[in-house]
Write a new protein. Structure first.
Length: 415
């Protein structure tokens, strides 16, 4: 084996373009002026903050909260040593930002892959561990290239329908790579490299993008997927090095819970959370389970619970859908999460206008109307326009602060 490239520990990787909901535009405010100003500043933070600093860029995750917004909220509302809950934690964007500020973090999600990504993203990985990952990644890449040259026959763990998403030579190479990753003896190294593999799968399939069902022909040369894998593994080690320096040495890893958030009470005690920061699904906008369609079989995952119980899924809110169904879903989420808050706790929701049976739903207005029946009250809102990716009238994204008792809120630095 050739000597592996050692990941540097003194630099943050260069910024890359990543897919996010659009940012920018005038901000409208509602409610308690001081808090609304804080929320408006948080929305604007996305205009300047990088989208993939530290480990934020280790794995594609469509529709995640912009790290700049998460960072601004954590700056104002997360106290060192206090519990912060993200009940729709996804790939761990908010969890990482809260950890950077010394928060004790809890993440809940129905997506089993999301929690695996979050665990890798939020890990504080020391130099020996990073070196081990770098060495094994290079060994796996070299073994894969040798296997490709030798025309090794390895069956991909995919159904015929899934195999059709790959060019034959690409599928063979990915199968060889996947096989060697699975043989790595160290569990942490194996999981890290599995998540690197997961991050690249859609790129080398015929699928145009994670959020699109459209297929296209791509020109992918032999060995390109394997070399890409090696580069992404090196990048992961670089990002870990930056996070290792940035994270407080004693901050614990997040507690990650695979669960329907409407039943979170069974895992998070009432009144124990100081702050909730989250971005629930925008009703009728995405089928989040399908964003990872190319990954499920490769990773041996069967997201049945997610498909059955995904909140706000587009497939459930098309023609003929009843808006009352969404009110029930949203109300169940709001009641379940608000019961976890301490008496002086606050909840911050980033919500976006959705669509039910072709009709636009103003997310902020709905929350204001629904909150009192769920033991909550909206204190302040900041809203920014967003273009409709389907070409319709502009939507809005809203940052909403709620309290369980409806009284005004204070940020930690203001008492």
């Amino acid at each position: 084996m050739t000597e592996p490239r050692r990941p540097p520990s003194d630099r943050t990787p260069a910024r890359r373009r990543t897919a996010f909901a659009q940012t920018g535009g005038d901000v409208r405010r509602w409610g308690e002026a001081r808090i609304a100003d804080v929320l408006a500043d948080a929305l604007r933070a996305a205009d300047e903050a990088p989208s993939d600093a530290l480990t934020h860029g280790v794995h594609v995750y469509p529709a995640r909260m912009h790290p700049g917004i998460a960072a601004a909220l954590c700056d104002r509302f997360v106290r060192p040593g206090a519990r912060m809950l993200d009940p729709f934690c996804g790939s761990g964007t908010v969890l990482l930002e809260a950890m950077l500020r010394g928060g004790i973090t809890l993440g809940v999600d129905l997506n089993p892959l999301a929690l695996r990504i979050a665990a890798i993203k939020c890990a504080r990985v020391d130099a020996p561990q990073r070196e081990a990952v770098a060495i094994v990644a290079n060994e796996v890449a070299e073994a894969t290239l040798a296997g490709v040259r030798a025309r090794a026959h390895v069956m991909a763990p995919l159904s015929p329908e899934e195999r059709a998403y790959y060019q034959p030579h690409v599928l063979r190479e990915l199968a060889v790579l996947h096989g060697f990753i699975g043989e790595v003896p160290d569990p942490f190294v194996r999981e890290a490299l599995t998540m690197v593999f997961s991050a690249m799968i859609a790129k080398f399939s015929r699928q145009r993008a994670d959020t699109s069902d459209e297929t296209v022909e791509k020109h992918i040369g032999k060995g390109v997927p394997t070399r890409f894998f090696a580069g992404k593994a090196e990048e992961l080690c670089e990002r870990w090095a930056a996070s290792f320096e940035a994270l407080p040495p004693d901050v614990p890893a997040p507690k990650l819970i695979e669960r329907d958030v409407r039943h979170v009470g069974g895992r998070v005690r009432a009144g124990t959370v100081a702050c909730i920061i989250t971005s629930p699904p925008y009703v009728g906008t995405y089928d989040y389970v399908d964003h990872h369609a190319r990954r499920w079989e490769w990773l041996g995952l069967r997201p049945r619970a997610m498909r059955a119980h995904e909140v706000g899924a587009r497939r459930n809110y098309g023609r003929g859908a009843d808006p009352a169904q969404w009110e029930r879903e949203l109300g169940e989420v709001l009641r379940a999460t608000m019961t976890t808050l301490a008496a002086d706790g606050v909840a911050l929701w980033l919500v976006g206008d959705g669509e039910i049976a072709g009709r636009r739903i103003d997310a902020a207005t709905q929350l204001r109307q629904l909150a009192p029946s769920c033991g909550a009250a909206v204190v302040a809102i900041a809203s920014q326009p967003r273009a409709d990716w389907r070409g319709g009238e502009p939507r809005a994204e809203h940052l909403v602060l709620l309290r369980a008792d409806g009284r005004g809120a204070s940020t930690p630095d203001e008492g």
